[in-house]
Design a protein. Structure first.
Length: 192
């Protein structure tokens, strides 16, 4: 059975080349580390670069995409499995249920929202698996400072930083994914 890494990232086609290059390199490296990919199913932006990187190394790709995005021809049809859902909520649920770990590459509000839900569910022991932010060139520095403020001002308990780790290089991602203890998962939630 292939362990799937759920990766959240941008679908923008207007980023600096370094972001696409890193996404493709991460996709290639995933395969060598024994990970398959579950992601938002897109063919553009970092999503597309990531999926193409995985496929270039003959890795396994599961894309989960809402029908309205598929209709706009945004789906990556090179996926081994392309799951079509109706809503964004169903997309997130499907990705969460399949994942053995979570990785956020640089992204926008959607990436942030998806990773925040994964961290929330992880804190409630509803999902298992490590969560990592790829902080490429300090992209997530401000968010990480905000997390520290949440804890400092007691909006979140002090254990919050234990819910995730931060990698600053591609090579740094893998030990962080493999070296974090998974939580016991509520089996009722997983069946939803």
């Amino acid at each position: 059975m292939i362990k799937l890494l759920c990766v959240y990232c941008s679908s923008s086609q207007h980023l600096a080349p370094k972001y696409y290059e890193a996404a493709e390199a991460i996709g290639r490296a995933m395969v060598g580390r024994g990970w398959g990919l579950v992601y938002g199913g897109g063919r553009v932006g970092l999503m597309g670069a990531l999926a193409r990187g995985v496929k270039a190394e003959r890795g396994h790709v599961v894309g989960v995409i809402p029908e309205f995005m598929k209709a706009r021809e945004l789906a990556f049809h090179g996926a081994d499995e392309l799951v079509t859902v109706e809503t964004m909520a169903e997309r997130k649920q499907s990705m969460l249920a399949r994942a053995g770990g979570f990785l956020a590459l640089p992204g926008g509000i959607g990436t942030l929202e998806e990773m925040a839900e994964a961290l929330t569910l992880r804190s409630l022991a509803k999902i298992s698996g490590p969560a990592v932010f790829f902080n490429q060139d300090g992209y997530y520095d401000d968010l990480l400072r905000f997390f520290d403020r949440m804890t400092r001002e007691r909006f979140k308990v002090s254990g919050m930083q234990g819910l995730y780790s931060v990698a600053t290089t591609i090579d740094d991602i893998w030990p962080r994914l493999e070296g974090v203890e998974s939580y016991e998962v509520d089996p009722v939630w997983k069946k939803r």
